[in-house]
Write a protein that binds this ligand. Structure first.
Ligand SMILES: Nc1ncnc2c1ncn2[C@@H]1O[C@H](COP(=O)(O)OP(=O)(O)OP(=O)(O)O)[C@@H](O)[C@H]1O
Ligand SMILES: [Mg+2]
Length: 243
């Protein structure tokens, strides 16, 4: 059974016109899917539909269905859905809400009422993973953009979701940060997590099993990276100039 199934999905923001126009695709457990496409093609909007923010929080009109592990996102309560599918936002400022780094990492596990020792264990695990131990008492607002982006990844990983949606997780990072995120993603993939990654730079997601290419709210290609990259005429026609 696919862990993500998108059936005839249309979505429009409140009082806006349709942004997603009839999407159909599935993601298997353990698969890495990279979503690529020009600015404004609807990648972030699709991520928000996958993790239930649209329409739960954003409102708007959604038609069709997004099924996570066989159940429609609209039939989940949001905290329950967040345990299945975690989303790292394109803009970390949309995500970070606490006044210290360690509180930020503990925030979602606390909302789930996990035992205090387990929360402490997860906070330490994430601080180690990001080499952030020296920043634990810092206010996230005082961190650099790249550090805030890493922290928003850590805050989602602390929930241990089996499906992760990452919207341009490397956009604000320098080379060292990008290598760290790449290592983390590769090890999550090895653990069998399902990854859905958005990136403008295909080199960052060259390990994906499939590329989903969006244009103007539609899927124009869903294929293996090698097949997409080999079709130079397609890349040129859709202004996707990679490598
Ligand atoms: N909150 C919103 N309300 C109304 N329209 C929106 C909202 N967010 C995005 N849009 C519109 O939806 C369309 C798709 O935007 P989206 O952010 O999904 O694109 P994207 O592919 O993620 O772009 P980028 O690569 O720049 O991040 C755009 O036309 C945008 O103007
Ligand atoms: Mg976006």
């Amino acid at each position: 059974m696919p862990v993500v199934k998108v059936k005839n999905l249309y979505y429009a923001y409140p009082e806006g016109k349709s942004v997603l126009k009839g999407l159909n695709f599935e993601v298997k457990a353990g698969e890495t899917l990279a979503i690529i496409g020009l600015s404004g093609s609807g990648k972030t909007t699709l991520c928000q539909c996958l993790c239930g923010l649209a329409p739960h929080v954003l409102g708007g009109r959604m038609e069709g269905q997004v099924l996570i592990k066989g159940q429609a996102t609209t039939a989940y309560r949001l905290p329950q859905l967040a345990c299945e599918i975690g989303m790292v936002f394109q803009n970390p400022d949309m995500q970070l809400v606490c006044t210290t780094v360690e509180d930020e990492i503990a925030f979602a596990p606390e909302n789930l009422c996990l035992p205090p020792e387990e929360i402490r264990r997860r906070v330490e695990e994430i601080l180690r993973l990001l080499s952030f131990s020296h920043l634990r008492q810092k206010n996230p607002a005082t961190l650099s953009g790249g550090q805030r982006q890493l922290l928003s990844l850590g805050a989602v990983l602390a929930l241990h979701p089996s499906i992760l949606v990452l919207d341009e997780p490397m956009a604000l990072l320098d080379g060292k940060g990008r290598r760290l995120v790449r290592e983390i993603l590769l090890s999550l993939r090895k653990e069998g997590k399902t990854l859905i990654l958005v990136d403008h730079d295909v080199e960052n997601v060259d390990f994906a099993d499939r590329f989903l290419v969006m244009e103007n709210g539609e899927i124009i290609c869903l294929d293996r990276p090698a097949a997409v990259m080999a079709d130079k005429e397609f890349l040129h026609r859709h202004q996707l100039f990679f490598g």
